[in-house]
Ligand binder design. Structure first.
Ligand SMILES: *Cc1c(COP(=O)(O)O)cnc(C)c1O
Length: 385
């Protein structure tokens, strides 16, 4: 391996997840694959062609930059939807390329309209409703302002969607808050319809909401974490699996992250390892140096806590996580040697290091661990046999 570490995407697992989600969510509901944050760390350029191959043809991103990366990775033109940031300068290219975007305040609508006019074309917009998350979106007043702007500029606007985001569908404790949001959404939709505005797609659900609140599926769902093989929370998984005979997790993790041993050392009893005094060898030990660190996305809070796999055995990370290196205790592997494969996330024979294993230890969300995987790590695809 010439790279210090490598991320591999397993095509068969991706195919499995897409098939499972399509079956559960139903064929009349569009699945928009959420590929923000470099496709949850998986790599936009690598995963988009795979999603395409296995039947996904709608994409959601956070920013214009990500949208362009998806645009350039698509073998055929399919809808791309920007849920967040577009600078005014990038708005013109966004509209030119037919990329769709959320309208979360009236200023955004005015900017979009002025560029659509200058291009003499239609901007493809999704009106985002503020229904109770209090993060982004139009409240009832702003919706009414938007309606009159839309009415005055019908030649320059295409209402591709009406949407909102639910605040925490992955936890039952938010149940009544979510119900209120859904009710407010319907009220606002009624206002749109009274004004003869019929959005093409109604969409409110992320992964958790698609499973916990089936009526929230509407015309389209925006699925991120589950496509990659993770449940939004243990609660959502348990709710799904509870009344099933087969308790096996139907999702497969797509991503694995592997490195190799860079150097081996003997450390004498009573010596400290790595920076500072956090790890003291209690006996004579053998250590392996591994060329990944917090710069690659291995959180520093895994110092003295992380685990990795070498030669089908679990080894502990000892001492502090450095910028580019970690050290593992390999005393239990007498013939551990330079070049041996090191699994940081993923499987080695029967054993597996799950993202959840290291997110639990380091008090991060699955989402966080994945999003932190450095873009500089090379991504490859393990093609289906
Ligand atoms: C990130 C995001 C999603 C996807 O959420 P998952 O929990 O990963 O399915 C959906 N909608 C919006 C607005 C988002 O920001």
């Amino acid at each position: 391996m010439t790279e210090s570490s490598i991320i591999t995407l397993d095509e068969e697992s991706l195919q499995n997840n897409v098939a499972f989600l399509k079956k559960k969510i139903g064929k009349h509901v569009i699945i928009s694959a959420v590929v923000k944050a470099n496709a949850y760390g998986h790599g936009i350029e690598q995963i988009v062609p795979l999603f395409e191959k296995h039947g996904i043809n709608h994409y959601s991103v956070f920013s214009y930059k990500e949208a362009i990366r998806v645009y350039n990775s698509l073998p055929a033109p399919h809808p791309i939807m920007i849920m967040g940031w577009i600078s005014d300068e990038d708005m013109i290219d966004t509209i030119k390329k037919g990329i769709e975007f959320f309208i979360f305040n009236t200023e955004r609508l005015q900017v979009a309209l002025s560029y659509a006019k200058s291009l003499n074309t239609k901007a493809n917009i999704h009106l985002e409703a503020e229904t109770g998350m209090n993060r982004s979106g139009l409240n009832m007043n702003e919706l009414n302002q938007a309606i009159s702007l839309i009415k005055d500029n019908e030649d320059y606007i295409n209402i591709a969607g009406f949407c909102t985001h639910l605040a925490g569908a992955e936890s039952i404790s938010n149940h009544s808050r979510i119900q209120k949001q859904l009710k407010r959404y319907q009220q606002m939709l009624t206002v749109l319809k009274k004004n003869d505005i019929n959005p093409q797609y109604r969409h409110v659900a992320n992964s958790a909401a698609s499973f916990v609140y089936p009526k929230a599926r509407m015309d389209m769902v925006r699925i991120g974490i589950m496509l990659y093989g993770f449940w939004s929370s243990t609660e959502v998984f348990i709710q799904y699996i509870n009344n099933r005979a087969n308790k096996k997790d139907p999702l497969d993790r797509i991503l694995s992250w592997k490195s190799q041993i860079m150097s081996i050392k003997e450390v004498k009893c009573g010596e400290f390892v790595s920076y500072g005094l956090s790890y003291l060898a209690q006996t004579n030990i053998k250590t392996a140096l591994i060329p990944i660190g917090y710069a690659s996305g291995y959180n520093r809070s895994l110092s003295n806590k992380g685990i990795i796999l070498i030669q089908d055995q679990i080894c502990n990370v000892i001492g502090s996580v450095n910028m580019n290196m970690i050290i593992a205790d390999v005393s239990n592997i007498p013939d551990a040697k330079v070049g041996d494969e090191v699994v940081i996330i993923g499987k080695q024979n029967g054993l597996e290091i799950k993202v959840s294993a290291f997110s639990d230890i380091s008090d991060q969300l699955n989402y966080e661990v994945l999003a932190h995987l450095s873009e500089s790590i090379k991504r490859t695809v393990a093609k289906k046999q």
